[in-house]
Design a protein around this ligand. Structure first.
Ligand code: PLP
Length: 445
């Protein structure tokens, strides 16, 4: 591996942050990069990325499991994607406000890949795609309420930016949480269209669909909970969700912004074998370029076909996004792609668990494929409240700092994930496990 400082010097990052904070609120352009999201005393400023490695402006090089919070499934600067985008820009342009043949090529690939998707529309971000999915569900069913789960994140639009990480017990009883706005500025009253539930509890969901089903347009869920660390669905839970929504005449929306094109070419729905009505994709789809998609059953998408539900946008399906997604999907569709990605990811997950076990640390490494997080607890974590009650955030912070100091980068938040890319090698994982052994020894002292 490259230079791995024991104590990274980050003075240039610090100076850049001070300068940025004068003109950019909080010094950063997304909450997840802010000091209050864990990047203390300041976030690292990036010089460049290459494959599985990221270099900061002070010249420290890290093995990168942050991976842009998910889009870099092929690692940084994947040559085929870069070339496709550059070719498109140089020979054809960027934005036309008219369709290109490439868009239908991309739609064909998505429809072929994802079990539930018969038709698909592009947009730019996961936030937009979720907004459209919920609008479409309301239009299709003629109902107004959306069920969403405490601890999940579905983007920052007013309609769903509730109960992401509320404080407990102020958020109400475990089985019937009340909606809590994710900060001021959300219009009061919007929450009357939401029902907040604990995840991984089929009985609570069934009961709500039974009593309030006539008002519920959709159940919106990540198929794997990725915004409160990594929490897997318990066996039968997604199936119960599918059955109960169908009985109630409500739609099932999978937010596959993180899981899509990551757990399999057909996303979590292929890997876990549960078929939603509508699905939302983003991060993995574009190989690092901003593109998202909403797809689903033809009869629901028909509302978009005839313009009853509008999906618009100056930049939707722009040339850069479409070229990047077409090139990315061609790579993801190669026969050994997911087998190889899983193998290297499993090496990390099992390796980390073995390191913690050997050090007698109370830690569980939970994940599926190239997606994982470490919970510092001996309790099983089934939902957000378990995480709040049982996970040791202080220990996570020490773990994060120890790993960063040894050249291993991931998000400082225990509720984020470690991502693995196809650029990560067995040698990368071995070096990461060496670092983890060192840190675990320190933590168990
Ligand atoms: N849905 C999920 C599950 C996400 O994790 C995110 C972002 O992290 C979003 C939606 C929002 O996507 P975007 O940041 O592209 O707006």
């Amino acid at each position: 591996m490259n230079f791995v400082p024991k104590h990274p010097r980050t003075a240039i990052s610090g100076a850049l942050f001070d300068a940025a904070a004068k003109v950019i609120p909080g010094g950063v352009n997304s909450t997840a990069r802010a000091t209050w999201s864990g990047w203390t005393p300041y976030p690292l400023f990036v010089a460049k990325g290459s494959g599985s490695q990221l270099e900061d402006v002070d010249g420290n090089v890290y093995t990168d499991y942050l991976l842009g919070l998910g889009p870099m499934i092929l690692g940084h600067r994947p040559p085929e994607v870069t070339r496709a985008v550059v070719d498109f820009i140089e020979t054809r342009g960027t934005v036309f406000a008219l369709p290109t043949a490439d868009e239908a090529t991309l739609a064909d690939k998505i429809v072929a890949a994802v079990p539930s998707v018969e038709q698909v529309r592009l947009c730019n971000t996961g936030t937009e795609a979720v907004l459209y999915a919920t609008r479409l569900a309301r239009a299709f069913t003629g109902r107004r309420k959306i069920v969403r789960f405490e601890g999940m994140y579905h983007g920052f639009s007013d309609g769903v930016y509730w109960s992401k990480h509320p404080s407990i017990p102020a958020a109400g009883p475990d089985s019937s949480p009340r909606p809590v706005a994710q900060g001021p500025g959300l219009p009061a009253g919007v929450e009357q269209n939401l029902i907040i539930l604990p995840w991984n509890d089929p009985e609570v969901l069934r009961a709500v669909l039974k009593t309030q089903g006539h008002e519920i347009a959709a159940v919106l869920t990540e198929p794997v909970m990725c915004n409160t660390g990594c929490i897997l669905p318990e066996p039968g839970y997604l199936e119960a969700m599918r059955e109960a929504t169908r009985e109630a005449g409500a739609l099932l929306i999978f937010d596959e912004v993180i899981t899509g094109f990551r757990l399999a070419l057909g996303g979590a729905q292929e890997r876990l074998r549960v078929t939603p009505d509508l699905s939302v994709f983003a991060k993995g789809l574009g190989g690092g370029f901003p593109v998202a998609a909403l797809g689903g059953r033809r009869e629901i998408m028909a509302l978009v076909s005839d313009g009853r539900v509008s999906m618009a946008g100056t930049y939707t399906a722009n040339g850069i996004a479409v070229a990047a997604a077409n090139a990315t999907l061609d790579i993801l569709a190669r026969p050994r792609f997911y087998g190889d990605l899983d193998a290297v990811s499993d090496q990390l997950r099992h390796g980390l668990q073995a390191v913690f076990d050997a050090a007698a640390l109370p830690a569980r490494v939970v994940g599926i494929g190239p997606l994982m997080q470490v919970w510092f607890t001996t309790h099983a974590i089934r939902n957000y409240r378990d995480a709040e009650r049982f996970a040791d955030q202080g220990l996570f912070d020490l773990w994060w700092r120890g790993m960063l100091a040894r050249g291993v980068l991931f998000h400082p938040g225990a509720y984020e994930n470690l991502f693995v890319s196809s650029a990560h090698t067995t040698a990368d994982i071995e070096a990461t496990l060496d670092a983890a052994r060192d840190v675990a020894a320190e933590l168990s002292r």
